[in-house]
Design a protein around this ligand. Sequence first.
Ligand code: ADP
Ligand code: MG
Length: 241
Amino acid sequence: MMEGLQTDDTVISLSNITKNYQMAQHSFCALDNINLIIKRNEYVAITGPSGSGKSTLMNVLGCLDNPSCGQYLLERNDVASQSEAQLAKIRNVGVGFIFQSFNLLPKASVLINVMQPLVYRVMPNAKRKQMALKALERVGLSDKVDNLPNQLSGGQRQRVAIARALVTNPAIILGDEPTGNLDSKTTADIMALFDQLHSQGHTIILVTHEAEIAQHCHRVIRLVDGKIDSDVMNNKEVAYA
Ligand code: ADP
Ligand code: MG
């Protein structure tokens, strides 16, 4: 059903993706037969009630977790057929992941945190530093490079996390409730930053349960009980059939 609609600018294609969590006595279906195509430079919100499968879907998209069945093509590569080394590379270079809780190293400076995704790369340390400084400049934090995370505001911490996701210049940026811990003014600043990254050509996919943020994106996919309940782009329902 989906293949005919894939075009050159397809970055993400999910066909019949299902995720079952195996429990002691039973299995729980967190994603139920998801079909989805996302194209380059889309700006997507994934919404839905708590427990509807949003984080599970993001973890699959970010290759942090494997689906139980179905096919995931990322930039036309079948994720299931990649070796662990290739997957590590996709996670490191292809996608940038931003979490609600920032996940920064508490005892490392802003600069060291942002250099972190580059530590496995064969390159001189001066080059890593240069790339991290550039990412920090993009998020407006050039003056905080030596601070520790606890010497920053919440919004600044999230900007460090965004710089860390950007440092490898990934085509796709995934955020799981990236403004979930921020006040409304700081949320607006962070959304302006996502707008800017979108205008620079990145594909942006954000999980949010806030209607205001969802409306800010160009496409809103709503999950209910692990299924796509609605998929609306520029106020029109997205149809694959
Ligand atoms: P959301 O992010 O939309 O709140 P999640 O994707 O985190 O939802 O979870 C979807 C459902 O899957 C929930 O019912 C949750 O309890 C269940 N779930 C998530 N992770 C696990 C896990 N590791 N083991 C078992 N069940 C899980
Ligand atoms: Mg979640």
